[in-house]
Design a protein around this ligand. Structure first.
Ligand code: NAP
Length: 310
């Protein structure tokens, strides 16, 4: 037995908020993340919509959130990938890729998700050679080049705007006539002279030699070749709910459904942040989810301890 009260899987804003609160409530908590702390914060350059921080780098906020939780005694194990989460006789078992096994009565699932693939020819072949899913990570490799961004949501429009600091031109290619992104982000992109929207256009394939040279898109039955040096794909997100070995209720897209206390359909497992089915994925909502789950998990663990003493 590892003797934890709560195991938190995922070190983005939702997991770190849960970690801060559980540690402050004097629970024995551990937070695991497969990489460095921060989750999606690390894929965002500038954050301008987290209350109290008019403008802060994603990487800086990640460090601040980690330090804050550690200060209250949270044990953090980064670069510690989780293989699966299971339930054995009521105990939650978290198996790590390393072979180690952790146990606790409560698990807060904050594992976020991964970018969705476009699934067109050339995408896999040119991954890392012009195809990217992270503008902050890779944008600087494309100084002076023309780039394509695929998608019509917040990420595509915001990251497309970010890429213009390096690229000479950014085409945002979206499959429908209407963008899903928030109007404030669309207005900013439309005001950027380096951005051109190509709407109602479906990317068919990505082509090149040693690296990406062009893509083909179809618009009203007509295929056009667009010469670009890179293709940044932002077509959504696939939640990491499959880490849970048992059945947990989820929506059609695989996001875990919870009650208002972030409780999943499995007793003693909560889901928070981007892995949870909800209206929006914001840092503020993730932190709120983590806080709610931490309080609920604390009540749950206290009730179990009281029952064991009675
Ligand atoms: P999203 O909102 O789910 O948008 C995905 C976009 O990709 C949609 O425009 C969708 O088209 C398109 N798409 C999906 N599958 C496709 C395919 N196979 N081929 C071509 N296009 C495809 O995803 P997101 O932009 O990654 O954002 C995820 C979440 O993070 C959202 O909740 C968002 O609000 C949040 N976020 C917020 C901010 C911010 O507030 N600053 C920044 C980034 C992300 P359709 O529109 O036709 O479905």
């Amino acid at each position: 037995m590892s003797g934890y009260d709560v195991i938190i899987v995922g070190g983005g804003p939702a997991g770190l908020a849960a970690g801060l609160y559980t540690a402050r409530m004097d629970l024995k908590a551990v937070l695991l993340d497969r990489g460095p702390l921060g989750g999606q914060l690390l894929n965002t350059e500038l954050i301008e919509d987290y209350p109290g921080f008019e403008s802060i780098l994603g990487s800086e906020l990640a460090v601040k959130m980690g330090d804050h939780a550690r200060k209250f005694g949270l044990e953090i194990r980064d670069f510690e990938p989780v293989k699966e989460i299971d339930v054995e006789d009521g105990a939650k078992v978290v198996r790590l890729e390393s072979g180690e096994e952790l146990r606790a009565p409560a698990v807060i699932m904050a594992a976020g998700g991964l970018p969705r693939y476009l699934e067109v020819p050339g995408e896999k072949e040119f991954w890392g050679r012009g195809v990217s899913y992270c503008a902050v990570c890779d944008g600087a490799f494309f100084k002076g080049e023309e780039l394509a961004v695929v998608g019509g949501g917040d990420a595509a429009v915001e990251e497309g705007d970010f890429l213009t600091r390096y690229a000479s031109k950014v085409y945002i290619i979206h499959r429908r006539n209407e963008l899903r992104a928030q109007p404030i982000l669309v207005d900013r992109a439309r005001a950027n002279p380096k951005i051109e929207f190509i709407l109602d256009a479906v990317v068919k394939d990505i082509k090149g030699d040693q690296k990406v040279r062009a893509l083909d898109y179809e618009h009203r039955g007509h295929v056009t070749e667009l010469p670009v040096g890179g293709v940044f794909i932002f077509v959504g997100f696939v939640p990491n709910s499959m880490l849970l070995k048992m059945h947990v209720d989820h929506d059609d897209a695989g996001y875990i459904t919870t009650d208002r206390n972030m409780q999943t359909s499995v007793d003693g497992i909560w889901a928070v942040g981007d892995v949870r089915s909800q209206l929006t994925k914001q840092i503020a909502t993730a932190a709120g989810d983590g806080t709610t789950a931490a309080v609920a998990a604390s009540n749950y663990v206290s009730a179990l301890k009281d029952a064991a003493r009675a």
